[in-house]
Design a protein around this ligand. Structure first.
Ligand code: PLP
Length: 402
């Protein structure tokens, strides 16, 4: 009898299972709206031209080798990433109150953050939005958090932010609780608080002594303007919060598998940096020793070279505007078909996803009868839509709803 015999099989990860089912499906009309990755209008992955150019130049640079990076990563990357989220003129950077640690993309930043908060600040309570990116729960639970709670975020009837109940739930959080906030382009709903609502949230977190942890997986990708997408984080920093921001360069650089991420730490004063930095070093050391260089080198070179940075900005405009076009096209087609319900939320939402409001049985119809793959919550990746399949998808949604 094997020592492994009693290991139970874990549940499937929905998003990856759907992608596999999509790959296995031989129907020529099939559409994948599940996975969170950009696709061009031809329905294929996109290597940003500036990324391609930069990887070629790095690969042909004789000075580049494959030595280990420092445990906390490539300095030119972490400082550029920190500057990207906080702003070049951030007082926290000028006063040496902010620094970054390179991580295994956004997921790794969240895990390193969770470990630090649990081990060194004795935090056990975390709040995330309902709904949220499904991995938040697992990351914090694996890190040892014992109280994992959600705050209401989405009003299914009105298909908009449930701000009143969000505030009510956060008001119940005990002092010191870690509050995960999506910096922009909330996944999965695509709905962010307004600036007035962020202001109210900052008042609440300050009064209740809650710790803001910004998850920033879509900076620049959401509106096409990285500064605009960083408004909430910068506002909290300006208000004097000590906070963490977990950055991913998967979406905005299209570097999904290269795992380029950054944990930005903002402190009240520069004096705490050495100790925090050293403890983060030990956390990374124990987890994976040091991060991969490939993606970080690309991001660093692009962000630190003005002409390349300009090209990157143009590419994020291309991606975000294609998504906006698909939002308008889908809404317009559903309206033209006379599909019951109001579909304005599709254009009001921002970022990669739309929380369509389709229920589980409607989703089943789309998958089983139309070979359109989407999460059972009704979340669709807008990038999976293109001029070639949008008519088909709109008609299928119409049929599923009526
Ligand atoms: N946070 C949110 C809200 C996300 O949607 C994602 C990816 O989908 C991540 C974090 C982490 O992504 P990655 O680890 O690929 O950078």
């Amino acid at each position: 009898m094997s020592i492994y015999a009693d290991v139970p099989k874990g549940p499937a990860i929905e998003v990856f299972a759907l992608t596999q089912a999509f790959k296995d499906d031989s129907n020529p009309s099939k559409v994948n709206l599940s996975v969170g990755a950009y696709r061009t209008d031809a329905g294929v992955p996109w290597v940003l031209p500036v990324v391609r150019k930069t990887e070629i130049s790095i690969a042909s640079d004789e000075a580049v080798n494959h030595e280990y990076l420092p445990v906390t990563g490539l300095d030119t990357f972490t400082s550029a990433a920190t500057e990207l989220v906080l702003g070049a003129d951030s007082p926290a950077i000028k006063e040496n109150r902010a620094f970054g640690v390179q991580t295994i993309s956004g997921t790794g930043a969240l895990r390193v953050a969770a470990d630090f908060l649990h081990i060194h600040l004795n935090r056990n309570v975390v709040y995330y939005s309902n709904p949220t990116w499904e991995n938040h729960h697992k990351i914090f639970s694996d890190a040892g958090f014992t109280t994992l709670k959600s705050y209401r975020y989405w009003d299914q009837n009105k298909r908009q932010l449930d701000f009143k109940n969000m505030v009510a739930d956060l008001n119940e959080a005990p002092p010191g609780a870690v509050i995960i906030l999506h910096a922009c382009a909330h996944n999965p709903t695509g709905i962010d608080p307004t600036q007035e609502q962020w202001t109210e949230l900052a008042d609440l977190l300050e009064k209740k002594k809650l710790f803001p942890l910004f998850d920033s997986a879509y900076q620049g990708f959401a509106s096409g303007d990285p500064d605009r997408d960083a408004w909430a984080v910068r506002y909290f920093v300006q208000r004097g919060f000590e906070l963490f921001t977990c950055q991913s360069f998967a979406k905005n650089f299209g570097l999904y598998c290269e795992r380029a991420g950054n944990l930005t730490v903002v402190q009240k004063c520069a004096g705490t940096k050495a100790a925090i930095h050293s403890q983060l070093t030990w956390i990374v050391r124990g987890q994976y020793s040091n991060p991969p260089a490939y993606g970080a080198r690309i991001v660093s070179k692009v962000l630190n070279t003005p002409e390349l940075r300009k090209e990157w900005m143009a590419s994020i405009q291309t991606m975000s505007s294609r998504i906006r076009q698909m939002r308008t096209a889908l809404r317009d087609k559903l309206v033209a078909l006379g599909t019951p319900g109001n579909w304005d939320h599709i254009v009001n939402q921002i970022g990669m996803f739309s929380y369509t409001g389709l229920n589980e049985s409607q989703v089943r119809v789309l998958i089983d009868e139309y070979h359109i793959y989407l999460l059972k919550t009704g979340r669709i990746n807008m990038c999976g839509l293109n001029t070639g399949n949008i008519e088909y998808v709109a008609k299928a949604i119409h049929a599923a709803v009526t």
